[in-house]
Design a protein around this ligand. Structure first.
Ligand SMILES: Nc1ncnc2c1ncn2[C@@H]1O[C@H](COP(=O)(O)OP(=O)(O)OP(=O)(O)O)[C@@H](O)[C@H]1O
Ligand SMILES: [Mg+2]
Length: 498
């Protein structure tokens, strides 16, 4: 159980006060004893003188009747318990208040000694002399009852006064402590309310300078807390809204990504058809030429069996070539070509060159590959890197044609630099316009007519390199020499960490 601060204070104060009062009572009792002792000794002394002077003559004259009378008279004093007179032979002459005069009590020296208090009597005796002649002794017993009574009275009165004082003090202390603690209680209630979420709570302790300061500080703190909590709440709301928006944005981006992927796929297929067209043109021409010559020779009847066989062999060869081309493209476009493995970068590049070479040839574009001797390998999906190469090569082809460059050239280099494998592809078409160079990797950014380009080629390429190979594509316009002439052109570097 927890004792409140005010009660602790009251109890401690009362304990201290009780201790002080007890000490005071003890001191008073001691003082009482001293006073009474002094009084008794003084009175005894007077009594001694009186008795001595009164008893000398009757003792000398052996006037026992007078001695009896003196003792009787003296016994009337309330504090005198007994009296006895003995002669110089120690014979008891007269006594009053004693049952046995022959057994007289021994002399005591302290009226309030343990012994005196025990039998409630202080025993003393006074020798009676005349001109230094010993005449006898008077035995005197003084009652100590008055002392015990006075002590008891004083004790009970002191206890009563002490109790009253304690009671009054308790009432006073409780009132004072309540008054002092009032502010503390007030403060505690307000702090409790704030802790439970009621931030509007304020306190009013303005009855003293110190509490006024406390009130000011507490209220300021409460105001700050209230403000901070409301700020936090609104921040939280904003954050929630932002998270919602972000989620929405992520969903939208995801949808966009899917769309872009589909568009990219369509673009690849379109590109493929274009490349197939280029690759088929020459063999189809050859077939047409051969079949026409066959028909002509047949009409003119100048064809031999051998020649028919030769022509049909050649046609079958061309037809097989066409069929193989279709297979190659189909393999590339197939959906299940996404197997991750270690592959040789050069193989992936060769596949891209195979696909675009007919298109490059038809547009009179020369290309060269400078490869390091070692077979550089990387882990991932080979076809994805092929797609990146095709995109960059197609861009070079487009710009070389668009800019009507006479001597068209693409230089490809594969090399190792630090911990990266770098594949750079540079053309001599003049470079990317510096005004747009920062934007060419953005989705849907194109400078081409919409029938020519969608602007997703470089976006998809950089996405593949970044997400699937942990690498990057950078572009720079650099000078390039071809056939002893210096050109300018865009250089795309695919940097793959290995
Ligand atoms: N080798 C290059 N030289 C100069 N400009 C280039 C070169 N490659 C790309 N660009 C510029 O970058 C733009 C974006 O290229 P990207 O491949 O992303 O899209 P696109 O080729 O326009 O269309 P898509 O590839 O979707 O058919 C191009 O429109 C072109 O302006
Ligand atoms: Mg492109």
């Amino acid at each position: 159980m927890r004792v409140s601060l005010s009660w602790k204070w009251v109890i401690a104060s009362l304990l201290i006060e009780s201790l002080m009062l007890t000490l005071m009572v003890i001191k008073n009792l001691e003082q009482l004893k001293t006073n009474l002792s002094t009084q008794t000794i003084v009175r005894l002394h007077e009594q001694k003188i009186l008795l001595k002077s009164a008893l000398v003559a009757p003792l000398v004259q052996m006037d026992y009747a007078t001695i009896d009378a003196i003792l009787k008279e003296t016994k009337k004093i309330a504090t005198v318990d007994y009296l006895a007179v003995v002669d110089n032979q120690n014979n008891c002459i007269s006594s009053i208040g004693l049952s046995d005069c022959s057994k007289l009590p021994k002399k005591e020296f302290n009226p309030f000694s343990q012994e005196s208090l025990k039998d409630q009597r202080f025993d003393t005796n006074i020798p009676i002399t005349l001109y230094s002649e010993y005449l006898g002794k008077v035995y005197l017993g003084l009652s100590t009852k008055f002392y015990t009574k006075a002590k008891e009275q004083m004790l009970s009165r002191s206890i009563f006064i002490a109790l009253m004082e304690l009671l009054l003090s308790a009432i006073f202390l409780i009132t004072i402590s309540k008054w002092i603690i009032k502010n503390l209680v007030n403060l505690t209630h307000s702090a409790d309310a704030i802790a439970n979420g009621d931030y509007s709570k304020r306190i009013n302790l303005s009855d003293s300078k110190e509490t006024y300061e406390l009130e000011k500080t507490f209220n300021l703190m409460a105001t700050n807390i209230e403000k901070n909590v409301s700020d936090l709440k609104s921040l939280n709301n904003k954050q929630q809204k932002l998270v919602k928006q972000l989620k929405q944005q992520i969903d939208e981006n995801h949808e966009k990504d899917i769309l872009i992927k589909q568009q990219s796929r369509m673009a690849i297929i379109g590109e493929m058809l274009n490349n197939i067209a280029h690759q088929w043109r020459q063999p189809l021409n050859a077939i047409t030429v051969q079949m026409s010559s066959l028909k002509l020779k047949k009409e003119m009847n100048i064809i031999g069996d051998n020649e028919i066989e030769e022509i049909s062999d050649s046609v079958v060869k061309y037809a097989n070539y066409l069929s193989n081309t279709i297979d190659d493209f189909r393999d590339y476009i197939k959906d299940d070509n996404g197997k991750k493995e270690d592959f040789i970068i050069r193989d992936s590049l060769n596949k891209a060159i195979d696909i675009v070479s007919a298109s490059l040839n038809n547009h009179y574009i020369t290309h060269s590959i400078i490869d390091s001797n070692e077979k550089l390998e990387i882990f991932g999906v080979s076809n994805e890197l092929t797609q990146v190469f095709i995109n960059i090569l197609n861009n070079s082809k487009d710009i070389l044609v668009e800019n009507k460059i006479e001597e068209r050239f693409i230089e490809i280099k594969i090399f190792k630099e630090n911990n990266n494998i770098v594949i750079s592809i540079q053309d001599n078409a003049g470079g990317v316009d510096e005004k747009i160079i920062d934007k060419i990797f953005d989705p849907y950014f194109t400078t081409k007519h919409k029938s020519q380009g969608t602007g997703i080629g470089l976006y998809m390429s950089s996405k593949i390199v970044y997400e699937h190979f942990a690498g990057e594509i950078v572009v720079k316009n650099e000078e390039i020499e071809f056939k002893n002439k210096v050109y300018k052109g865009a250089k795309f570097s695919i940097i793959l960490p290995c």
